[in-house]
Design a protein around this ligand. Structure first.
Ligand SMILES: [Mg+2]
Length: 264
C-alpha cells in the first residue's frame, strides 16, 4: 500500500508549457488520496516561500502535508497552522552546511574562479554567500559539472544539486532523497510504502529506490531520470507532468495493487 507521496513540483506536477499547467485529474486524485489517509510531501528545489507561492499561483485546491525545500529541508504545519521546521533536521542541515563551506573553502573558491574566468555563468548569492550558479545553457552546465568533478577530492563533502541550468552547492549527505528518508523516519512510514516522482537531475537521489520503493517519472523527464527509475523497478509514464504522475499512480494502484483502502 502507498501511504506517502513525495513529488517534485516544477516539471513534475506543474507543466509550465501547458494550459492548464496542472491537470484537474491530479487535484482530484490527490484530494481522494488525502481523504484515504495518504500523506503528500512536495519535495522541491524551491525555498518555502517560493513553494507556497507556487501552490497559490497554480491554484492547488489540495495542500501538501509537508514541504521539503531547497533539496534538503523539511517543513510541516504547527498547531497554529504556520509552516515550521519539522524536528531538528533543518538545524543539523544548516550546521553541516556551515561546517562544509568552511572546510571546503578552497574548493568553493576554485569553482568561483572557474565560473568567473572560464564561463559566462553567473554565481548566485544568498546573504552575501555564494550558494550556486546559473549557466547560460545545458552545455555550459555540463562543463561546470565536469570541472567540479575534476577539482573535487573523492571523499569531499562538497557536492551539488543540478536542476536544468541551475546548480546549488551542497553538502554531500543532503539531498531530496536524504530529506525524504528523514521524513519517512519522522512520520513512521516505510520507504516500501512511499511513492516518489521527479523529472530532473536533482530528483535522482529520491528515485533510485533507496528512499521510496515506488519511483516514477513523467514522460517529459530527462533520460538519466527515466533510466534511474527503470533501474529501480519504477514506472516511466508516457504522459507529461501531472498527467504522467496520475498515470504512474494508477499503474501502481492497479497493477501492483498498492491502492490505499477506500480509494474508489
Ligand atoms: Mg523538476
Amino acid at each position: 500500500m502507498i501511504r506517502l507521496l513525495s513529488t517534485d513540483f516544477d516539471g513534475t506536477l506543474v507543466d509550465h508549457y501547458a494550459s492548464p499547467p496542472v491537470a484537474p485529474v491530479l487535484f482530484e486524485l490527490f484530494a481522494q488520496l488525502q481523504r484515504c489517509g495518504v500523506l503528500w510531501a512536495v519535495n522541491t528545489g524551491r525555498d518555502l516561500r517560493f513553494a507556497l507561492d507556487g501552490l497559490r499561483e497554480f491554484a492547488f485546491p489540495v495542500e501538501p502535508d509537508y514541504i521539503l525545500t531547497n533539496e534538503r529541508e523539511i517543513f510541516h504545519r504547527n498547531p497554529q497552522g504556520e509552516w515550521q521546521d519539522y524536528g531538528d533536521w533543518n538545524r543539523r542541515c544548516l550546521q553541516a552546511h556551515e561546517r562544509m563551506f568552511q572546510t571546503e573553502a578552497p574548493m568553493l573558491n576554485e569553482m568561483l574562479r572557474f565560473i568567473r574566468d572560464e564561463t559566462r555563468a553567473e554565481p548566485i548569492y544568498e546573504e552575501n554567500k555564494p550558494v550556486g550558479l546559473v549557466a547560460q545553457n545545458d552545455a555550459e552546465m555540463d562543463r561546470v559539472i565536469a570541472h567540479l568533478h575534476k577539482a573535487r577530492k573523492p571523499d569531499s563533502l562538497f557536492h551539488y544539486q543540478r536542476n536544468t541550468i541551475y546548480l546549488r552547492f551542497c553538502h554531500a549527505d543532503y539531498s531530496k532523497g536524504a530529506a525524504l528518508g528523514e521524513l519517512c523516519r519522522l512520520v513512521k512510514i516505510s520507504p516500501k510504502e512511499t511513492f516518489t516522482a521527479g523529472d530532473h537531475h536533482n530528483d535522482l537521489s529520491m528515485l533510485d529506490g533507496r528512499y521510496a520503493r515506488w519511483p516514477a517519472a513523467p514522460g517529459n523527464a530527462i533520460d538519466e531520470v527515466k533510466e534511474a527509475v527503470r533501474k529501480a523497478g519504477g514506472y516511466v509514464a508516457t504522459a507529461r507532468c501531472s498527467d504522467g504522475v496520475v498515470e504512474a499512480l494508477r499503474h501502481f494502484f492497479e497493477v501492483e495493487r498498492l491502492a490505499p483502502p477506500g480509494l474508489a
